[in-house]
Design a protein around this ligand. Structure first.
Ligand SMILES: Nc1nc2c(c(=O)[nH]1)N[C@H]1C(S)=C(S)[C@@H](COP(=O)(O)O)O[C@H]1N2
Ligand SMILES: [Mo]
Length: 327
């Protein structure tokens, strides 16, 4: 079962036709919003003149703009992947293994109330309400490349704050060498968790120095808006120099530990997915090359760069480490 599912993972051959045009996607979304509101009003026997005419105003209420966003010098200047692609071509196995399933099904995820438990080897363990976390540090726009292990990439304007801001606040002890992150486990809200494609809940980890790196962020939005559910609402990790699967979504627990624990992907394929998962064109996945990637929206493949193009900033952390062994 697991093997079969893994074999069917997309190996990077994405047809442009698989990706819904942003305009079609947005107008479809608008239509669904209007239709639902209108039929609810009719069912309730309400007379609401102007409801249909005023549909744009009604739907724009559901788009939550984030304000006071700072720009960051750590952003890439490369062209951004259109919103419609970023939000409809997703990996979020809790909502299905097909790329379009998260966008179809993630509306069942309730992102309020939401808490994140921060525990383990720290002096100040605390259960944070998501709205407290949103105010923990000034929000920044971080335009990053995201390289999926499957061979495709995007450029996404995330909104978030440095993971280091949270780490400093909880004061790790000397024993805190690694951090383990856990996604919500609730098969009622996350229908994909009724299948055994991965061991649930989804777990990922970072070494503490990686987690403290200025590039590592907790993202709460993208394209200036609150994070869509399919992108990991209400809060997810983004570690741009690592394969996308390290950037765990919909986090409910952050645990500081002395010894690293295996991630969900390491358990699913120990020879295929390592703990570090640094983007590395020189180390192939056992079933496909990692030398090239397809940037979503582009026709020709481009070369994959070591550490996803962030080598100048992060390579020092791995000096002396055999990246063929510690992949
Ligand atoms: N909880 C959870 N987090 C996850 C995944 C997942 O299936 N479940 N998929 C990962 C993979 S493989 C990738 S490439 C990125 C995709 O992020 P995006 O859909 O926001 O582009 O999310 C990562 N985080
Ligand atoms: Mo991925």
């Amino acid at each position: 079962m697991i093997i079969k599912k893994l074999l069917t993972r997309n190996s990077g051959l994405i047809q442009p036709s698989e990706i819904t045009d942003q305009k079609i996607y947005l107008s479809r979304r608008k239509f669904i919003g209007t239709a639902t509101r209108a039929s609810a009003a009719i069912a309730a026997g309400m007379v609401m003149p102007g409801l249909l005419r005023n549909s744009h105003a009604a739907t724009s209420l559901s788009v939550k703009k984030l304000s006071n966003i700072r720009k960051s010098a750590l952003s890439t200047q490369e062209p951004q992947t259109p919103y419609g692609d970023v939000t409809i071509y997703n990996n979020f196995y809790e909502f299905g293994t097909d790329k379009d399933q998260p966008a179809q099904h993630a509306h069942s995820l309730k992102t309020r109330p939401w808490t994140v438990v921060v525990e383990g080897e720290i002096k100040r363990p605390k259960t944070y309400d998501i709205d407290t976390l949103l105010k923990l540090a000034p929000l920044e726009e971080r335009i990053y490349r995201l390289r999926c292990v499957e061979g495709w990439s995007m450029v996404i304007p995330w909104i978030g704050f440095p993971l280091s801001a949270l780490i400093k606040q909880v004061e790790p002890t000397a024993n805190a060498k690694f951090i383990e992150f856990t996604t919500l486990h609730d098969p009622k809200q996350m229908p994909g968790q009724r299948s055994g494609v991965l061991e649930w809940p989804y777990v990922e980890g970072l070494r503490i120095d990686e987690a403290m790196h200025p590039l590592a962020i907790l993202a709460v939005g993208l394209y200036g808006e609150v994070l869509p559910n399919q992108n990991g609402a209400p809060i997810r990790l983004v570690v741009p120099w690592k394969y996308g699967f390290k950037s765990i979504k919909s986090i409910v627990k952050i645990r500081f530990i002395e010894k690293a624990t295996a991630s969900s992907w390491m358990k699913a394929g120990p020879h295929e997915y390592g703990y570090f998962a640094n983007v590395n064109p020189a180390v192939d996945h056992p079933r496909w090359s990692q030398a090239k990637e397809r940037r979503i929206g582009e026709f020709l493949k481009r070369d994959t760069l070591p550490f996803n193009g962030y080598a100048d900033q992060v390579a020092d952390m791995y000096a002396g480490l055999d990246l063929n062994r510690f992949f």
